[in-house]
Design a protein around this ligand. Structure first.
Ligand code: ADE
Ligand code: ZN
Length: 343
C-alpha cells in the first residue's frame, strides 16, 4: 500500500452515498441463495462478475435489481448490512448514512418490516460492536412513480425513528425530480432530511439539479457534478453550503470517466463535495479505495483527502456537536502525520 493509500484508509470519514443493496458481494449472494433455496443462473463468483458489464446507469440497474431476489428475511437484510459495516470499518468509516430501496423488495412481495428490522439490527450492532454510527436513508425508486413512493413513505412512518432521511434513486430518464415534489414535501413535513440523486450526464441533468435545489429544497445532492455546467447554480450551492456526494469509481462504470475534473473543480471552489462508494460490490471499490482512485487520477495529496473527509462530516446529518467532534478527529489525524488542512 502506498503512503497516500494508508493515509486514505486511516482517515476518519463519513460515508453518505452507499446503497446497501449495492454491497451484495457474489459470495454472500450464493450463501443467501442457498439459505433461501433459490437457484441462480451463475454458478461461480467469476460468472457473476462476468455479468458486471455496464455502459450506463440503465445497464447497471438491469443487473442490480434481479440480484436482490436472494434477499428475503430480516436476517438476510441484517447479514448484508453487517457485511458492509465490517468492511466500512476497515476503510476508516466512523459514520455511515446508508441508502436502502424498500420498493425493490416490497414490489416482489417481501414485507417492508423484514427490510427495515434487518437493516436496523445491523446498524445498532455496528454502533455496539464496531463503534460506527450507522443511519438509514429510505430511497424511493423514481421509475415506480409518485403514488407508490407516497405509499412507501406512509408505510415507513411507524419506523420513523430509525430513518434519518429520504432519497430518490433508480432510472432518472423520464423521471425528473419534479414528479416527486409532493412526496418530498410530505417527507419534509414529517421531519426527514431530503436528498435526491442527480445522476451523471442525464438528459436534462442541469434542469433536474436546478429543480432539486430551488423547488424540492434538498439538504444534499447525490452525484450532481453536472452542476459545473451552470456557474450561477454552483454559486448558489456554495452559498447554501449544499453537499454533493460524488462517487468517482461508480462514475467510471456508468460513464467513460471518474469525472475527476468536475469533482476536484468543485472542491477547489469551496463547494462541499464528498467522496463515496455508491454500489461497491458492483464497482469493485469501497470508500477509501474511491479516495485513492480519485487522488491518483487527479494528483490529489493528503491535505485534499483530509478536506474531503471534513466535508463528509460537515454535510452529514449529524448534530453540530457530533460533527465538530469528528472534524476535530480528522484534523488530529492529519496533524499527527504532518498534514495541515487549508482552513
Ligand atoms: N441505485 C443504486 N445505485 C444508483 C445510482 N448510482 N443511481 C441511481 N440509482 C441507483
Ligand atoms: Zn447512488
Amino acid at each position: 500500500m502506498t503512503d497516500l493509500a494508508a493515509f486514505a484508509f486511516g482517515l476518519p470519514k463519513a460515508e453518505l452515498h452507499l446503497h446497501l443493496e449495492g454491497t451484495l458481494e457474489p459470495e454472500l449472494k450464493f450463501a443467501l441463495a442457498a439459505r433461501n433455496g433459490i437457484e441462480l443462473p451463475e454458478k461461480t463468483v467469476d460468472e457473476v462478475k462476468a455479468t458486471y458489464d455496464f455502459t450506463d446507469l440503465t445497464s447497471f440497474l438491469a443487473v442490480y435489481y434481479p440480484a436482490m431476489r436472494v434477499l428475503q428475511t430480516a436476517d438476510d437484510f441484517h447479514d448484508l448490512a453487517w457485511a458492509y459495516l465490517q468492511k466500512a470499518k476497515e476503510q476508516g468509516v466512523v459514520h455511515a448514512e446508508m441508502f436502502f430501496d424498500p420498493q425493490a423488495h416490497t414490489s416482489r412481495g417481501v414485507p417492508f418490516e423484514n427490510v427495515i428490522t434487518g437493516y436496523r439490527r445491523a446498524a445498532v450492532r455496528a454502533r455496539d460492536e464496531l463503534g460506527i454510527s450507522a443511519e438509514l436513508i429510505l430511497c424511493f425508486l423514481r421509475d415506480l412513480g409518485a403514488d407508490y413512493a407516497m405509499a412507501t413513505l406512509m408505510e415507513a412512518l411507524p419506523y420513523r425513528q430509525w430513518i434519518l432521511g429520504v432519497g430518490l434513486d433508480s432510472d432518472e430518464r423520464d423521471n425528473p425530480p419534479t414528479k416527486f415534489t409532493a412526496v418530498f414535501a410530505r417527507a419534509k413535513a414529517e421531519g426527514f432530511f431530503l436528498t435526491m440523486h442527480c445522476d451523471i450526464d442525464q438528459v436534462g441533468s442541469i434542469e433536474n439539479i436546478r429543480a432539486v435545489i430551488e423547488e424540492i429544497g434538498v439538504d444534499r445532492i447525490d452525484h450532481g457534478t453536472n452542476i459545473v455546467e451552470d456557474p450561477s447554480l454552483v454559486a448558489l450551492a456554495k452559498e447554501r453550503g449544499l453537499g454533493f456526494t460524488t462517487c468517482p469509481v461508480s462514475n467510471s462504470f456508468v460513464t467513460e470517466q471518474m469525472k475527476s475534473d468536475e469533482i476536484v473543480g468543485l472542491l477547489r471552489e469551496g463547494v462541499r463535495v464528498t467522496v463515496n462508494s455508491d454500489d461497491p460490490a458492483y464497482f469493485g471499490a469501497y470508500v477509501a479505495e474511491n479516495y485513492v482512485a480519485l487522488a491518483e487520477q487527479a494528483g490529489l495529496g493528503p491535505a485534499d483527502l483530509a478536506q474531503l473527509a471534513v466535508n463528509s462530516f460537515e454535510v452529514s446529518w449529524l448534530t453540530p456537536s457530533r460533527k465538530d467532534a469528528y472534524i476535530a478527529a480528522v484534523r488530529d489525524y492529519a496533524a499527527a502525520q504532518g498534514v495541515a488542512l487549508a482552513n
